[in-house]
Design a protein around this ligand. Structure first.
Ligand code: ASP
Length: 423
């Protein structure tokens, strides 16, 4: 039966036209250009419809609001189509693909983000191939997750990042092999593609919660940041030195900020600026303040020998970096809740027992789909078996931590972690 794909056109270079101020998204001309591509009507192509967003945006203007709109647009048409292609600007495409991958739970259909470096209406545009191949991939029946297709490769959405502003090869996912290569044939890496979910599809919109990112640098004066720590700020991502170290920790320079954050219930997530190595709060006195407040850290997601060995296991289990972060949080308490992998904090049945995590049913199921899954070997060993640490991973972590900070109920979870840490 002929497949039906819904194209969601949100804006981006692919549909832009020159203006006095530079490139701007355009509506009518783009749709005419799209409809004039003969390949899009060949027998092998699926049937497609276009839903155009209003207003069309340069993706640097995309916010949580637009993520929710994209999510809702897909959810509203989920039963009517076999897959979705999201035309999106490249600047924040990786953020959006990551966010949407957590918003759309239990996917059994593909959502393929794509765009272009040169507008479709200009000579040598890469948009034509990106759209055609994305449609074919969306109709292939092989993909059941949120991906980015660009310049011949299909990447897992929440492991991708923009790498170039002027090359056609604009995206990469250095810690995970591409899910497919589009050469003469489109070759799918079936071993790493996520299977279709058998659970009912669900939309989990994001809340527009204010969060912030603080990049630590030598000589940073924390007191200037104190005023930012209002009770409106729900999450802060700290990009720290080395193993989670911050200047002036011994003198408690960060304490006023932490104190305010604690009182306000703001979650502090710690990432390292290092391209390799782990966040290890408390190893140095310089990170002890962060440890005391139960900041979320990414230590075991980084480099160990086992990390390298089981990198593929993680990919084939379909576990993303962001899910790792949930696990980190969960590690503070024994948590029995199905919401653990769905991006929420498990709010039910907490007990204050450290280093013991009962993995949710869906987590176990996802992991046992990979024979080499670290979950299968040792249920609490997950963090020792993650992807190798590269600068890339750090960026992914940071991005995902940001997304997480927007999702988590702060105060209660944090109070519990702090309590668990004290024991
Ligand atoms: N500024 C554009 C955007 O992100 C860049 C692009 O699409 O390539 O919308």
């Amino acid at each position: 039966m002929e497949k039906r794909i819904c194209i969601l056109y949100t804006g981006g270079t692919i549909g832009m036209v020159p203006s006095e101020k530079g490139y701007v998204p355009s509506s009518g001309a783009f749709l005419d250009l799209l409809r004039a591509i003969p390949d899009l009507y060949w027998a092998d192509m699926p049937r497609w419809d276009v839903v155009e967003f209003d207003p069309l945006l340069d993706s640097s203007d995309i916010t949580v609001r637009e993520w929710n709109q994209i999510g809702r647009a897909i959810a509203a048409r989920y039963d009517d189509y076999d897959g979705f292609v999201v035309l999106h600007g490249t600047d924040t495409m990786a953020y959006s693909a990551s966010a949407i991958s957590f918003m759309l739970e239990n996917l059994s259909k593909p959502v393929i983000f794509t765009g272009s470096q040169i507008p479709l209406g200009q000579i040598r545009s890469d948009g034509r191939d990106n759209i055609i191949s994305s449609l074919l991939i969306a109709a292939s029946g092989q993909v059941h997750e949120v991906c980015i297709y660009f310049n011949g490769v299909l990447l897992r959405g929440n492991r991708s990042t923009k790498r170039s502003s002027d090359q056609f090869e604009a995206f990469e996912s250095p810690n995970d092999a591409p899910l497919a290569h589009a050469g003469i044939q489109i070759e799918y890496k079936k071993r790493v593609l996520r299977p279709a979910s058998s659970e009912p599809f669900r939309l989990q919109p994001f809340k527009e919660l204010p969060i912030g990112v603080i990049k630590i640098f030598p000589g940073i004066q924390f007191d200037y940041f104190e005023s930012l720590m209002t009770d409106k700020l729900k999450g802060v991502v700290l990009e720290t030195f080395g193993a989670g170290n911050i200047p002036g920790s011994a003198q408690n320079a960060l304490l006023p900020i932490i104190d305010r954050a604690y009182k306000n219930g703001t979650i502090i997530t710690v990432c390292s600026q290092c391209s390799q190595g782990a966040v290890s709060l408390g190893t140095y006195a310089a990170s002890s303040a962060l440890r005391r407040v139960g900041a979320v850290n990414g230590r075991d997601m980084r480099r160990t020998d086992r990390i390298r060995n089981s990198r593929r296991s993680i990919a084939s289990a379909g576990i993303s970096v962001s899910e790792d972060l949930v696990e980190f949080r969960a590690r503070r308490c024994e948590i029995k809740s199905k919401s653990m992998l769905s991006g929420g904090f498990a709010d039910r049945k907490h007990t204050k027992r450290l280093a013991s995590v009962s993995f949710s049913r869906s987590a176990r199921k996802a992991c046992t789909q990979s024979r080499r899954s670290p979950f299968c070997q040792k249920s609490t060993g997950f963090f020792d078996s993650s992807a190798p640490a590269e600068a890339q991973l750090r960026r992914e972590l940071l991005r995902d931590a940001v997304i997480f900070a927007e999702r988590g109920p702060a105060r209660e979870a944090r109070r519990r972690w702090a309590g668990a840490e004290d024991k």
